[in-house]
Design a protein around this ligand. Structure first.
Ligand SMILES: Cc1cc2nc3c(=O)[nH]c(=O)nc-3n(C[C@H](O)[C@H](O)[C@H](O)COP(=O)(O)OP(=O)(O)OC[C@H]3O[C@@H](n4cnc5c(N)ncnc54)[C@H](O)[C@@H]3O)c2cc1C
Length: 280
């Protein structure tokens, strides 16, 4: 989904009810959960879909509005009609020439937004992460950093509403344990969910700011992951920054004994409509 292709024609007002930090003050990164309420109780928001926020300009490069997407974290199914949350990481970037740090426009706008504010949003857009009908279906879920947002709702649905019995393997995490989102919720669900195994992924060198090492985590569980991916009905769900998909492919090429073998298996899963990813 490209931001430039989005239809922002229909916007609807949303009220920010709560803006809560998900990370402790000592964490290197700040992630906040924003609870919104819309007046239209019929408007549905599903795990895997995103909403667009347009920050009015003019901005530095002359654009009149700065549009960015954020994934639905909690859904009306959990919070009640018209309510949903977004999980936003405060972005900053380093200017390679001046060495100065600049705040990302939309993420800082949202992180700083005061409770009670009203803003126009668009969407929801994108296909929701569909859960197969058969509760015995095996699932592989990868949600690193803010990529865990849609899966918290999905895990809840799997175990609290659907009585899932199939094998489910979840890779989740962040650079450090402090930044790992919803780890309490995941641990609580895992305690009660017989078929769910969770793998926590962190950075090998958190002090250097290196990203999480998904490849190492997959290598460590190589046989289980490869076996799961070869289950005929396997469904794969992945969300997070683009490098998550790249590391996943590299690790799986190793597990499969070469990228050709992995590409072939991945294509089969995709062709059957059982591969759902939201990388940004
Ligand atoms: C489908 C989808 C779902 C998403 N879901 C989430 C989510 O749930 N949570 C979340 O936190 N994010 C999510 N994102 C990412 C989010 O949309 C934004 O991309 C992110 O928050 C950064 O936006 P920003 O406006 O804060 O930063 P921007 O102002 O757009 O800056 C972002 C980057 O652009 C570059 N850049 C911008 N300006 C300059 C400049 N002047 N010079 C050099 N480089 C520059 C920098 O590399 C910087 O890191 C999602 C993205 C997509 C596509």
């Amino acid at each position: 989904m490209r931001v430039e292709d989005l239809d922002l024609g229909t916007r609807w007002p949303a009220k920010l009810v709560a803006n809560t930090p998900l990370t402790p003050p000592e964490a290197r990164e700040e992630v906040r959960e924003l609870l919104f309420e819309v007046d239209d109780p019929e408007r549905d928001f599903r795990a895997g879909q995103s909403v667009a926020v347009a920050v009015a300009g003019p901005h530095e490069f002359g654009q009149q509005q700065h549009v960015r997407l954020y994934t639905i974290a909690r859904t009306p199914a959990e919070l009640g009609p018209g309510r949903f949350t977004l999980c936003v990481r405060r972005c900053t970037f380093l200017d390679p020439y001046s060495g100065e740090r600049f705040p990302g426009i939309a993420s800082n706008y949202l992180c700083n937004l005061e409770e009670g504010s009203e803003l126009p949003l668009a969407g929801p857009m994108g296909l929701p992460f569909l859960i197969p009908n058969d509760p015995n279906t095996p699932l592989l879920i990868i949600g690193l950093g803010t990529g865990i947002a849609p899966f918290r709702a999905m895990l809840r649905e799997l175990y609290e509403e659907r009585g899932w019995r199939g094998e489910v393997m979840l890779f989740h995490g962040a650079r450090t344990g402090l930044e790992t989102l919803y780890s309490g919720d995941v641990a609580e669900i895992a305690e009660r969910a017989a078929g769910l195994s969770t793998v926590s992924v962190v950075s090998p060198r958190p002090a250097w700011g290196d990203p999480e090492d998904l490849s190492a985590a997959i290598r460590e569980h190589r046989d289980e992951v490869w076996q799961l991916l070869n289950e005929p009905e396997i469904h794969v769900y992945m969300a997070g920054l683009t490098w998550v998909g790249e590391q996943f492919d590299a690790a799986l090429a190793e597990a499969a004994g070469g990228s050709e073998a992995w590409d072939a298996r991945k294509e089969e899963i995709k062709a059957a409509g059982r591969w759902m990813s939201l990388l940004y």
